[in-house]
Design a protein around this ligand. Sequence first.
Ligand SMILES: [Ca+2]
Length: 107
Amino acid sequence: MAILTTEEFDAATVDPLSVRFGPGEASEAHGRGHWEDVDGDGDFDLMLHFRTQDTGLVQGDTQACLTGLTFDGIGIEGCDAVRMVPPKNVTPPLIRGGGQSTKAQAR
Ligand SMILES: [Ca+2]
């Protein structure tokens, strides 16, 4: 999960420990933020790690939101597309075809 710095928003102002992510309101797994240039545009973005089980997200969720505070106490929030990757060899994919949804068993 990354909070990107843009022209309007400096991710370095975000207090990493204030950020809650997903319906489970997960907090940063390591208790700290990581500043990296995630998108390679030359400024630092805030990278946060959350434990999947803490976020409350389940496979099939396509969007997740976070809330947080800047160091100045200003509330921030944002949502973005997420892709939950199923554990290998556990969950069969849902295949949609012919106007009907069909559950396919992967073996
Ligand atoms: Ca950047």
